[in-house]
Design a protein around this ligand. Structure first.
Ligand code: NAP
Length: 424
């Protein structure tokens, strides 16, 4: 039997699905040992740091990840960083193949004046802040104004807007970071405007997410019926299925009896942000009516842009336009890429499964003889590696800490706290 050693860098959904695809490709002649390397002390990537905490069902995919991790031949090396603890060349030399699964963590910028004022930030900062990502725990988020503007018409914008607009006690039973629940409970924000540069027919929201909005118990959700009917007219008879489904969901929202809660989430369409203004901090956003000359302003103290992501570059790996340069997942030599680092920031968690399966099939087809030239244990010099055993301890401790509070888990936030829970 031939046993190939594969290193996967990044323990998010794409990395786990790549590992699963290799496990599924194993047969009587071929086995795969998988070493998964992760920068943070915790695995699961966006399932831990990205998925909105009020959407716990989406996180149940972590059960699949744990099954993959408990399969023979799988090892986790978390708290190990490519660049500082090891290099891509060192991995390429030792492993039969190396798979990059590092996602795209950097928020795209609008490129308009005032974007860097305090009070303006990307969802790439706001989302990991409320999800207890150790690198974002100390962000100071100004929630002292009455109005916040979220720019973008995708599911991330919707998550951000919902988190800002819901009654924060609804988060008590979730795994939202304690610091975020505290801050949101003190928040003065009562109006959240989610702003799309194009019409409702072009919004990137998906209909299940739209259909959930009317279930918010303490938030008015406002869409202008005229915006939606004009979009239906523009979309015409040959409308795509997903667009129709979105517009149906939006019609339901727009035609609902108005509610009179303290908190309001308003959808604004056909508004292009052209400037963020303020004296030392955000005070207003200037919009231009898309396709026209009219401009208008919304006074606010917080702007969150959720307009897509791009990948952080890594030494020794070719990047272009926010992605790793690749052909169907093949990069160069014995290097491959999967997930958002491969195809850009699109698709839901499950999209990564078929994507990774295709790339791993290609990878397996190119393997001939195992090179047997060592592994990551020879390279990492520090003794704070979070292995699967340590992670299981951290995981169990977080779940146990959440139990008396009615939470699925209470997340540890700092690296030190996480390493302590893992007895490291
Ligand atoms: P997205 O779906 O690509 O949406 C990005 C939005 O930003 C689009 O509405 C886009 O508008 C807008 N935008 C881009 N550049 C802009 C600019 N310069 N000015 C104003 N608006 C701009 O991206 P995402 O929301 O980051 O989500 C990423 C992926 O994760 C998506 O596939 C999403 O479905 C998925 N996701 C899923 C869930 C879930 O299932 N619950 C939750 C979160 C994320 P244009 O169309 O006009 O370019």
């Amino acid at each position: 039997m031939k046993r190939f050693k594969i290193a996967i860098v990044g323990a998010g959904p794409a990395g786990y699905f790549a590992a699963q695809a290799l496990q599924n490709l194993a047969d009587e002649q071929t086995a795969y040992s998988i070493d998964m390397i992760e920068r943070l002390p915790t695995p699961w990537g966006l399932v831990r740091s990205g998925v909105a905490p009020d959407h716990p069902k989406i996180k149940t995919v972590s059960k699949v990840f744990e099954k993959i991790a408990s399969t023979e031949g799988f090892r986790l090396f978390a708290n190990v960083e490519l660049g500082s603890d090891l290099t891509i060349e060192q991995l390429k030399e030792r492993y039969d193949a190396v798979v990059i699964a590092t996602g795209s963590a950097r928020g795209k910028k609008l490129g308009i004046p005032g974007e860097d004022l305090p009070g303006s930030m990307s969802a790439a900062t706001f989302v990991p802040w409320y999800n207890a990502h150790p690198d974002f725990k100390d962000e100071s988020i100004d929630l002292s104004s009455e109005t916040a503007v979220v720019i973008g018409a995708g599911n991330v914008a919707m998550d951000v807007a919902r988190m800002l607009a819901l009654e924060p006690s609804e988060l008590d039973a979730t795994d939202t970071a304690d610091h975020a629940i505290d801050a949101l409970k003190k928040s003065a924000i009562r109006n959240v405007v989610i702003s799309a540069r194009r019409g409702p027919e072009h919004a990137a929201f998906t209909s299940p997410e739209l259909r959930e909005l009317p279930k918010l118990e303490h938030t008015n959700v406002v869409m202008n019926p005229e915006d939606i009917s004009a979009a239906i007219d523009r979309a015409g008879d040959e409308i795509e299925k997903d667009t129709k489904s979105n517009l149906d969901a939006m019609t339901l929202i727009a035609e609902r009896e108005p509610t009179s809660h303290d908190r309001t989430l308003t959808f604004q369409f056909l508004a292009t942000p052209i400037e963020i203004k303020g004296d030392g901090k955000v005070e207003e956003v200037i919009f231009q009516r898309t396709g026209g000359d009219e401009t208008f302003s919304i006074k606010c103290g917080l702007v969150v842009t959720a307009i897509g992501y791009e990948a952080h570059t890594l030494d020794g790996i070719p990047f272009e336009k926010g992605k790793v340069v690749n052909t169907e997942g093949f990069v160069e030599d014995n290097l491959y890429v999967v997930g958002w680092a491969k195809r850009g920031p699109s698709g839901v968690i499950g999209t990564n499964k078929s994507d990774a399966a295709d790339v791993m099939k290609l990878l397996a087809s190119k393997l001939t003889e195992p090179k047997n030239s060592g592994d990551v244990t020879e390279i990492i010099s520090h003794n704070k590696v979070v292995t699967q055993m340590h992670w299981e301890q951290i995981n169990a401790a977080e779940v146990a800490a959440g139990e008396p509070l009615g939470k699925p888990r209470r997340k540890a936030v700092s690296r030190e706290e996480l390493l302590n829970l893992g007895a490291l």
